[in-house]
Design a protein around this ligand. Structure first.
Ligand code: SF4
Length: 362
């Protein structure tokens, strides 16, 4: 039986630095050992307690009996024509999750998953059509970052500069594990990301938006996708629970550092939410809000009943918002040829699984 599958062992990558401290105290270890142990957990290339050379040998041996630290290795790795890399990870229970690396000129952005599937059922999202399977543990969230960092290092592709929680799942619906994972990602002895380099995206769980802002100072992206409740109700069932007024009140309460703005994501669906009137309504809705707007012309998929608006329509929509004083970017789709673009994640996971069984994947 492998370390990781031994049921009574503790996965130390589920523990924040404070949790490791409590673990150490419970085991009669001094505080400095907890600090040493925690920092070893996130050093590149470390795979076993035996490699933690400044811990006494007997401690390393007893740790190996009681604990382990999980690692993920990619089961699938696909490279898009535009350089985007999609990683498929098989979890302990056999479920698959995906992370997507988006290399840009001066930085690498990693998009990570927070759940297996998603319960939010947004009408334009293929992940939503899979339904919800389970929350990821803190370790499973952090392990995606460690595994991709390792792959980048081995291939001399640099490091991860930005992290976005925009993969499979709604991160705020897995709140406790999200907070723990963020705590480890931000810890200088953990993965040491800057708050400015992490963005949590949500479809609009209003109370959790406020709570996130109270707990940590990371960036917030809100998937808005409609500027009136009728349209949003049809596209995003979460709007029935937290309609636009409540969502935007929560955004106003989200504590932002000075000069920071919330990113509002708006997928443009031809004939659904892309008219001039929609743009004017959106401007009115976000008036006075520290906001920047990302327009995402929809990623068409045979399974979904939506089409991408033409270039002219997208430009006009953007112009209307710009003339109202907003910063508006049109985000081009990355990795669409490998189903790694927004809203496409894991849609093809059953195809991946078949290919894995057939040994066709790299
Ligand atoms: S857009 Fe996000 S929240 Fe909505 S179904 Fe897809 S993964 Fe879930």
């Amino acid at each position: 039986m492998s370390d990781a599958s031994f049921p009574k062992k503790i996965d130390l990558r589920n523990l924040t630095r404070d949790d490791v401290k409590s673990f150490a105290v419970d085991h009669g270890l001094p505080a400095f050992r907890a600090k040493q142990l925690f920092s070893w957990l996130y050093r590149p290339g470390i795979a076993s307690f035996a490699e933690m050379t400044d811990l006494p040998k007997d401690l390393r041996e007893s740790l190996a009996k009681e604990a382990f630290f999980s690692r993920l290795t990619p089961a699938v790795k696909e490279l898009s024509n535009d350089g985007t890399i999609k990683y498929g990870f098989r979890l302990q229970d056999g479920k698959m999750i995906e992370s997507v690396l988006i290399p840009e000129e001066d930085r690498n952005t990693l998009c990570i998953s927070s759940q297996v599937g998603c319960a939010m059922a947004c009408a334009f999202c293929l992940t939503g059509t899979m339904g919800f399977s389970r929350n990821l543990s803190c370790a499973e969230i952090v392990d995606q970052v460690c595994a991709v960092s390792e792959d980048l290092r081995e291939n001399n592709l640099g490091m991860i500069n930005n992290l976005v929680f925009m993969g499979m799942g709604e991160p705020l619906a897995n709140f406790d594990n999200l907070i723990k994972a963020l705590t480890i990602l931000l810890d200088e002895l953990g993965l040491h990301f800057s708050e400015r380099r992490i963005t949590v995206s949500t479809c609009g769980l209003a109370p959790k938006i406020i709570e996130l802002g109270q707990r940590l100072k990371v960036n917030l992206a809100v998937s808005l996708h409609a500027a009136d409740n009728d349209t949003r109700n049809r596209l995003m069932p979460i709007n029935l629970r937290y309609p636009l007024e409540i969502l935007l009140d929560a955004c106003r309460e989200f504590s932002l550092p000075r000069r920071k703005r919330i990113t509002f994501e708006y997928v443009l669906l031809k004939g659904v939410n892309d008219s001039d009137q929609d743009a004017v309504k959106l401007a009115r809705l976000l008036h006075g809000m520290p906001a920047k707007i990302n327009l995402l012309p929809c990623n068409e998929a045979p399974e979904l009943p939506f089409a991408k608006p033409g270039r002219q329509r997208t430009d006009t929509f953007q112009d209307i918002l710009r003339r109202k004083g907003f910063t508006v970017l049109v985000r081009s789709s990355r990795g669409a040829d490998i189903s790694a673009a927004c809203g496409q994640l894991a849609a093809k996971s059953s195809a991946c699984e078949t290919a894995l069984k057939d040994d066709k994947m790299p």
